[in-house]
Design a protein around this ligand. Sequence first.
Ligand code: F6R
Length: 248
Amino acid sequence: MIFVFPNAGAIAAHVSDILIEKISSNPEVVLGLATGGTMEPVYSSFIQKAIKQQLDVSRLTSFNLDEYLGLHPSHHQSYSWYMHHHLFQHLPFNLKNCHVPSGIVDDPNNYCNSYSDAIQKAGGIELQLLGVGSNGHIGFNEPGTAFDSTCHVVELSPQTRIDNSRFFESGELVPDRALTMGMQDIMQAREIILIATGRQKAAAMALFVDNGVTTDVPFTILKKHNNAKILLDEEAAMLLSSHQYQYA
Ligand code: F6R
């Protein structure tokens, strides 16, 4: 289930090919999308190929994993803005079908329930893209999150706030709460691709291979999925032994 590529660019080329293939074979596909530094080369590669091939993206549906609570969609560190900037503005998506959780709703708990319901009503997610936090979180499901959770409000861990402070002018500006799809929402996707690049993800990968399935390291749940792949660059794989992965 673990595949190592020479670098982040090679992963981006591979994953963008998969996205193109999924959308070409079913233009109404439902995708689960992630944000973060890891996904930037993936979206950039996808946009170039989609333009070249005149891919029809107007009929697909997407659900993003998460959003900071309290950030307006126009805030440059919000995940709504990220998706607009890195993907949506470049191709003729139907934005009515491209869902990013809103961080400024009056009743976040109720809103979260309706977000999980909307995924179900759309027929569930065909392909879910994931990054991983240095503490093993997926979406913003921090260590300790129940595996049967659906979309919910989370308190971000100190580690996640430190990791994400690189996107903000100062550490104090990183919101302390967020909305995230739950572990169950993620696991219900029919296919999952998790990408981890850079040496800052190496320790999380060592925890993945050294542990069974445990809420202490949330992404270990992927070991229970029947169609999940983990794609690493050489830096993220640096603490693994060569028998623990396949070189792509
Ligand atoms: C983002 C998300 C997070 C990130 C993770 C890694 O939508 O769900 O789980 O994938 O925090 O972030 P980067 O890629 O910035 O290292």
